[in-house]
Structures are given as structure tokens and as C-alpha cells.
Design a protein around this ligand. Structure first.
Ligand code: AMP
Ligand code: ZN
Length: 135
């Protein structure tokens, strides 16, 4: 199956580019949660966070800081969400690793994910240990 983000990287599909270098591209999301909502992607195809080589990490972090600051300046946002959906169960629709940078303004009421609670402290600590054993 053809990857739509790989097509954007190759210039076969247009995008509203905001940043590009040898390994990273950033462009506006076509269906923004707020105006200025930007996607940052590695130009190389990786499905999600878990198949990305660690060399990409340092540079990607720098680019997200640079582009994130630029989005805030350009939109007047006072905050920014950095979101990555991995696998369809987490809402990933396009299987090419990407980060959403979503500009926010105080009181915009856009989204705040509902949080829950553990049945007991014991349940919480047991799960923490289970995750620890799997690291
Ligand atoms: P996700 O649900 O994390 O996979 O996000 C995919 C995002 O890609 C969605 O927010 C879409 O609005 C966005 N999107 C899909 N096609 C395009 C496109 N051609 N140009 C820009 N953004 C796109
Ligand atoms: Zn791709």
C-alpha cells in the first residue's frame, strides 16, 4: 500500500510546508485541531515510534523545539500539545511515524483527555512492577 506521507516527502502530493531539512519535514495538518496544527515527520518511512532508530531522536527533538516555537510565535499560542498516536488502537490513521504539534490558547476548551483512577494503591504498584520487568 502506498504511504501518503512518503508521497508528500517525494513531492507527489502537495503540502503546506513549514520546515524541511535532509531528514525531517513539517507541514500543516489538513484537518487542524486548531489553526497552525502541524505534523512533524521523518522523511524516511518508519511505521511508528517503535521502529525508529535512535539516531533520529536528537535531531527530531531539536526540530520539534524550533518548529514548536515558530508555531507559537506565528499563531500567538500560549501553549502547545505534542501528540503521537501509535497503532490504530491509539488513533493512528497514517502508518508513517509523525508528531502532532497543536497550538493552544488559555481557555480554548479544545481537549483534555478524561483521566481515571486505580482501584487500589496495590493495583497501581503491581502494574508499575509488571511494566518495570518488561523494560
Ligand atoms: P493520525 O491519526 O495520528 O495518524 O494523524 C494523521 C493526520 O494526518 C490527521 O490529523 C490528518 O488530518 C492528517 N492528514 C491526512 N492527510 C493529510 C494531508 N494530505 N496533508 C496534511 N495532513 C494530512
Ligand atoms: Zn511513509
Amino acid at each position: 500500500m502506498e504511504c501518503i506521507f512518503c508521497k508528500i516527502v517525494r513531492g507527489e502530493i502537495p503540502c503546506a510546508e513549514v520546515y524541511s531539512d535532509d531528514s525531517i519535514l513539517a507541514f500543516l495538518d489538513i484537518a487542524p485541531i486548531s489553526k497552525g496544527h502541524t505534523l512533524v515527520i521523518p522523511k524516511e518511512h518508519y511505521d511508528n515510534l517503535f521502529d525508529m532508530p535512535d539516531e533520529v531522536g536528537n535531531h527530531l527533538l531539536k526540530v520539534m523545539q524550533k518548529v514548536g516555537s515558530a508555531i507559537m510565535k506565528a499563531t500567538g499560542a500560549t501553549g502547545i500539545n505534542v501528540v503521537m498516536n501509535n497503532y490504530p488502537s491509539a488513533g493512528q490513521v497514517i502508518p508513517h511515524a509523525h508528531w502532532h504539534l497543536i497550538p493552544r490558547i488559555e481557555g480554548d476548551g479544545l481537549f483534555r483527555v478524561k483521566q481515571g483512577k486505580y482501584d487500589s494503591n496495590d493495583e497501581m504498584l503491581t502494574l508499575a512492577n509488571k511494566i518495570k520487568e518488561n523494560v
